[in-house]
Design a protein around this ligand. Structure first.
Ligand code: MG
Length: 265
């Protein structure tokens, strides 16, 4: 069942989203050669709590840390630890929080230091795919329009979208209906309605879309060892179109200007 949110509930989710977005710039800035991934976790945990929120991922289905950090061939759900970031790494950050009973969920991939042109292109295409999907999150449209826009943008660039993990509805729970796949056909249900709140999150591999889980029970890696990138926003569908609840200026310097400034205005 899809929970439609009231205007007041979307305002609360926007508050959660803006706090979460504010954590990204300092987190991205800390993605430097020599930084241990556990240090990123500590920065995010501290900032989320300082904002009066709870780090949502900590303890979620037993996840041991407050954010996910996934490097290079790690696609999603990497556990922060003692690994040091190196120049050339693609660092994917996924974080969520709960504020006043509502979730926000966001993610970016940061290219650190000397990143290859192909890796840079993977990041760019993945972020563009997120915005291509968001642009289709229109009242009266179809969820398949969102999925298809993401898939088409990614595949036109010669990359692939992961099938085994998908975006999701979000609200009082992190994972609500509907699932939001990054692949599909335009015009397929469910119908998009004002009040829907979706975490849209293209997970894109430079090679094949096949992935596997590491023995740690969390980290998802590309099966062929190719690089993976990931971007995510929490988005509300309103009468006026999609409203990005977790918007911030892109640390990668591309993508459309964020609409988050409109929230609460
Ligand atoms: Mg998510």
């Amino acid at each position: 069942m899809i929970n439609l949110k009231t205007k007041h509930e979307i305002d609360l989710m926007a508050r959660a989203g803006q706090l979460l977005a504010s954590v990204l710039p300092p987190l991205a800035a800390a993605c430097e050669p020599g930084t241990r991934t556990i240090e990123l976790d500590e920065i995010a945990d501290k900032l989320i709590r300082a904002g009066g929120a709870t780090p949502g991922f900590l303890g979620y289905h037993g996840f041991p840390r407050s954010i996910c950090v996934s490097i290079n061939d790690e696609a999603v759900h990497g556990i922060p630890g003692n690994r040091k970031i190196a120049s050339g790494d693609l660092v994917s950050l996924d974080l969520g929080l709960v504020l006043e009973g509502f979730w926000a969920d966001v993610g970016i991939t940061v290219g650190v230091g000397n990143v290859t042109p192909e890796a840079r292109r993977l990041i760019k295409v993945t972020e563009e795919a997120l915005y291509a999907g968001i642009a289709k999150a229109q009242p009266g449209g179809w969820l398949g329009d969102v999925s298809s826009a993401i898939q088409q943008h990614v595949e036109a660039a010669g990359f692939s979208v992961i099938r085994q993990f998908v975006g999701h509805g979000i609200g009082r729970q992190m994972h609500e209906d509907p699932q939001v796949p990054n692949f599909g056909q335009p015009g397929t249900p469910p119908r998009l309605k004002p009040g829907m709140t979706l975490a849209i999150e293209p997970m894109v591999n430079a090679g094949s879309y096949e992935v596997f889980m590491k023995p740690d029970g969390w980290t998802i890696c590309t099966a062929d060892g190719s690089l993976s990138a990931y971007f995510e926003h929490t988005v509300a569908i309103t009468d006026a179109g999609p409203l990005i609840l977790t918007a911030l200026p892109s640390p990668n310097g591309h993508g459309p200007s964020p609409r988050g400034g409109e929230v609460g205005a």
